[in-house]
Design a protein around this ligand. Structure first.
Ligand SMILES: C[S@@+](CC[C@H](N)C(=O)[O-])C[C@H]1O[C@@H](n2cnc3c(N)ncnc32)[C@H](O)[C@@H]1O
Length: 283
């Protein structure tokens, strides 16, 4: 966990956009708006309209943590690492910001790949912000609603990562410095298809590619896009975690879910498919 003081040159008051200074266990702007720093180290930077969207629960995040730590999504992690290590950002100053950071495991990896940078994990779940704050010695976590104005200085960020999270292209474009990059990871065709069918989970939006391009258009052109496809062979407990970490988890009937889970074979073959796109800021 890094000290929030190291981030004060980049973060701004979510209410008025003013500079923030550390006062005891809070961050305070010149107009007297207070951002609370929790004892677990994360800061809440919600604007006046923020915090109204659904956030991941503690249980969803615990399931996601186990899945990412166990390895079935490793091809995604490796692809993300390769992309981060190869982006041409030597001349771009500023931190890495992971939007909708979840457990912070992708942010942790990004910071390993960028040894000179600090990293901020934004999520509207306080449990996620807490995990992000602890994910790496150069990381901090903040409760932020990414559909609102991001609490960051214009042009101050070198890299934005967004893995399976909401994409507010206008705000990403505003905070990226010239030559900065955004890396998005979105589900590809057939991603988790076997589980979506079996458990009635939310399926991939068929208009996804068009929506992604529309959302990211304010940032600049896509430098490149790679599809990563792989096969997983999941134990029952891993299937349960993949179902529990996703947005469908709260909608599924528990009894029905347990019955379907019990009917699974020892190992279930599951498709992984993601599109990783690198966008370069032209501003
Ligand atoms: C599908 S999870 C992905 C988490 C992580 N990026 C990963 O790939 O493991 C989406 C994350 O976005 C967060 N999220 C959803 N809506 C949000 C919002 N409006 N502002 C900030 N975070 C949001 C959720 O709380 C959740 O942690």
């Amino acid at each position: 966990m890094a000290s929030l003081d190291e981030f004060l040159e980049w973060i701004r008051c979510p209410v008025c956009g003013g500079n923030l200074a550390r006062v005891d266990s809070s961050l305070l702007c010149e107009q007297g708006h207070t951002a609370n720093v929790a004892k677990q180290g994360y800061v809440t930077l919600l604007g006046p309209k923020g915090g109204t969207h659904t956030a991941d629960s503690k249980e969803m995040l615990a399931a996601r943590y186990r899945v990412l730590a166990a390895g079935p999504f490793e091809p995604l992690g490796i692809a993300l690492s390769k992309a981060i290590s190869s982006v041409p950002i030597e001349k771009v100053q500023g931190p890495v910001v992971d939007i909708g950071t979840g457990t912070g495991q992708h942010l942790e990896r990004a910071l390993e790949d960028l040894p000179e940078r600090l990293g901020l994990g934004f999520d509207n779940s306080k449990f996620a912000a807490r995990m992000a704050a602890r994910c790496h010695p150069r990381a901090a976590g903040a409760v932020v609603d990414v559909w609102e104005q991001l609490p960051l200085v214009d042009g101050s960020v070198a890299v934005v990562t967004d893995v399976f999270a909401p994409r507010n292209g206008e705000e990403i474009a505003r905070v990226l410095g010239p030559g900065g990059v955004a890396i998005t990871v979105t589900p590809g065709p057939g991603h988790l298809g076997e589980l979506i069918e079996r458990f009635g989970m939310i399926s991939v939006d068929s208009e996804k590619e068009r929506r992604l391009e529309e959302a990211m258009a304010p940032v600049g052109p896509a430098l490149r896009s790679d599809r990563v496809e792989w096969k997983m062979d999941l134990f029952r407990s891993e299937v349960a975690d993949v179902v529990a970490m996703g947005p469908s988890s709260g909608r599924l009937d528990r009894e029905d879910l347990e019955e379907r889970m019990a009917a699974l074979p020892e190992r279930t073959p599951v498709t992984g498919s993601v599109d990783l796109t690198v966008w370069i800021s032209t501003e």
